[in-house]
Design a protein around this ligand. Structure first.
Ligand code: ATP
Ligand code: MG
Length: 430
């Protein structure tokens, strides 16, 4: 008689790991054999965590996710990194920056984050993944196929540095579609909209339980069911940038008229409003430039505020307050206050009830146009779709849903898993 080995959390067989490395949040899922995809807890019980790192200058430790953001907001001395995915495809990714006394590239920092994800996955599953599927947006970079290909190579290099092996890629909206498909009980043609932090991606797909079964039988890659894909480099971080330029940057001198009748040069405000560019403004050279702007201001108090933000490295805290107000205003349908207590005691600026609609309309128009173009590329009219499936954090944005409902009148909008759908679907495409 043979004795079975004790059951552990170690997978009995090889497993596939899906990694959704997002601009704002990352998530993972795994699947052993032909079972269902299972989400992995990445930070405590949470199955998604901010794509954020904090390098603590006091004790030289590295922190990830919510823990990283919490350290930064608590005022721990060190550096916060966010939105690193937005640098893929850009020469900035290979630039070195000093972290805890060492010169490292931003690509190395992405590798550090991926290595942490891998370690957490292995901690849960008890074994190395046999195969890894990384998500990628339809375009990392719009209208530039060479830089787009470079971006994927950069991400792959970072994955290898992180110790991930046997890595393949899948488009994020296609992964989201495969996840949704497990809940579809009849043949349907669906527009999947994945509206994230950095990009908005669409795909029109034929889904259905029989197609899942047939693919499992034949090993088909389902390419004949994918009727069109389109993507545009606009997401929640762009919404935050737009809102910051309208509502918080004027407090630092954006659009402020100087003694010569001209506006203060705006580059510093654009960078401070852009998640992945904030930390460039803290370099010695950029600080000198900001200091020299003094003569461009009529109101010196505004310049002083700008200098406080730079010297105390409050850029991410301000961006975070704008993002929180965006979400609160979207959820309540009312206005919200942008809390700038980090800058001065009790300082806050109102985000009026119509601000999301008003400020974001041009960006939302481009996102919805991308969805319509994808539908057209599939040879369909909106009315021929069975559903529009929504995933990604920014798909919850109220004015986005309103604009989409108008463009796809009569088509049911199905709200899906905001943060876990892509990771879950990645493993189905291995
Ligand atoms: N309830 C909400 N309403 C509006 N926006 C939201 C809400 N919740 C989160 N967001 C926004 O969603 C974005 C993050 O979404 P998500 O985690 O899907 O992006 P990501 O996967 O990291 O990015 P990408 O897929 O573009 O690389 C952020 O910009 C965040 O502000
Ligand atoms: Mg995403």
């Amino acid at each position: 008689m043979t004795v079975s080995p004790p059951r552990t959390r170690t997978p009995a067989s090889a497993y596939v790991l899906g990694i959704d490395f997002g601009t704002s949040n990352s998530a993972m899922a795994w699947r052993s054999g032909q079972g269902l995809s299972e989400p992995l807890a990445v930070e405590g019980a949470a199955t998604a965590m901010p794509t954020a790192l904090f390098f603590n200058a006091e004790d030289h430790t590295t922190h990830f996710g919510r823990d990283a953001v919490a350290h930064y907001l608590a005022g721990t001395e060190g550096r916060l990194m966010r939105s690193l995915k937005s640098l893929l495809g850009s020469p900035l990714l290979l630039e070195k920056t000093e972290v805890n006394g060492q010169a490292v590239s931003f690509q190395d920092i992405i590798a550090t984050y991926l290595a942490e994800l891998k370690a957490r996955a292995v901690g849960h599953t008890g074994a190395e993944p046999t195969r890894v599927v990384l998500g990628r947006p339809v375009h990392f970079v719009d209208d530039d196929p060479e830089r787009d290909a470079l971006a994927q190579r950069m991400l792959l290099d970072a994955a290898h540095t992180a110790g991930l092996r046997n890595v393949g890629f899948q488009l994020e909206p296609i992964a989201a579609a495969f996840d949704y498909e497990r809940r579809v009980n009849r043949e349907s043609v669906v527009l999947v909209a994945d509206i994230g932090g950095g990009t908005s991606d669409f795909t029109v797909v034929r889904l259905g339980p029989e197609r899942v079964a047939a693919a499992a039988h034949t090993g088909s890659d389902r390419s004949e069911d994918i009727l069109a894909t389109r993507g545009v480099h606009i997401g929640g971080t762009d919404f935050d940038q737009r809102l910051a330029l309208s509502h918080t940057m004027p407090l630092l001198g954006f659009k402020h008229t100087g003694p010569d009748g001209r506006e203060v040069p705006s580059a510093v405000f654009f960078d401070l409003a852009t998640w992945h560019l904030i930390h460039w403004r803290y370099s010695a050279k950029a600080m000198r430039e900001a200091h020299a702007l003094r003569t461009n201001y009529t109101d010196q108090a505004l310049h002083q505020r700008l200098m406080t933000v730079l010297q105390e490295r409050l850029g991410h805290a301000m961006a975070n307050s704008v993002e929180q107000a965006k979400i609160a205003s979207s959820q309540s349908g009312a206005g919200a206050a942008i809390d700038l207590g980090c800058l001065a005691r009790d300082l806050a600026v109102p985000l009026p009830p119509d601000a999301l609609q008003f400020d974001l309309a041009p960006l939302l128009h481009r996102v919805v146009a991308c969805g319509l173009e994808c539908t057209q590329a599939a040879g369909l009219q909106p009315a021929q779709l069975d559903a529009v499936y929504l995933t990604g954090g920014s798909s919850a944005l109220r004015p986005f849903q309103a604009a989409l409902a108008q463009a796809f009148a009569g088509v049911p909008l199905v709200e899906g898993d905001l943060f876990g759908g892509v990771a879950a679907g990645l493993v189905y495409s291995a």
